[in-house]
Design a protein around this ligand. Sequence first.
Ligand code: NAD
Length: 257
Amino acid sequence: MRLEGKVALITGAASGIGRESALLFAAEGARVVVADLLADRAEETTQQIVAAGGEASCVIADVSRGADCEGMVRHAEERFGRLDVLFNNAGIMDARDGDAQETEEATWDRTMAINLKGVFFGCKYGIPALRRAGGGSVINTASFVALLGAATPQLAYTASKGGVLAMTRELAVLHARENIRVNALCPGPLRTELLMNFLDSEEKRQRRLVHVPMGRFGEASEMARSALFLASDDSSYTTGATFSVDGGITAAYVTPE
Ligand code: NAD
């Protein structure tokens, strides 16, 4: 088991990448703190872990609120005694996000508050806990859009993920001598609710797939397996990395027909 004895806190663990990671981390021996805004669905993830013989605890937290992030980290330490892995994964795509002209200030602010400030708050309160445990791993979910421009605009989202990537690199450098590794997971387009709601017609989906050399959307479970590598000691010499798991989208100039 690759996470035996470790405690992992995962935000956005009620759905998609976060839920798949929570289930996989627990199956690999971690005690998991399932953090999300959605109480019922977070509890569902927790119950799934327990039903499979794992250990998990649920905490309701809005990552855009500092007090909630402080509380979820405290919950991990009080419940399980330590924190070894912090997976800052919660994020949103606002349907009203568009180009510079049409994106409303409220959409910009909401997106930044959750996607970027949420990661900052996770690190603000989580890194001291990792230090108390003698080191650990931080994984921040960015996106391939932090690396490539898209003609389907979502300016606030893209800018927020660029910020996550830049922040990840700096934190990695700052904490490297403390045995704290900080890496960014950059998923490609996934067949999750989040993206399927945004690409809400077959035409939009096919338009996105044209750019993916593998010719398919990724699965949340494929992100979970990559996050497991970053969470575990298998990645003991990896920090500050932009870990792209994207079906080849960031490598492509022209894709096969
Ligand atoms: P999802 O919508 O299935 O899951 C996101 C979870 O975050 C939900 O459970 C939601 O309740 C939670 N959440 C939203 N706002 C929150 C808040 N303020 N506080 C706490 N929890 C909150 O989406 P997903 O596809 O699993 O996305 C997870 C991460 O992956 C996000 O950061 C997303 O931007 C990123 N990502 C997704 C894709 C994709 O194609 N789906 C691609 C690249 C990056």
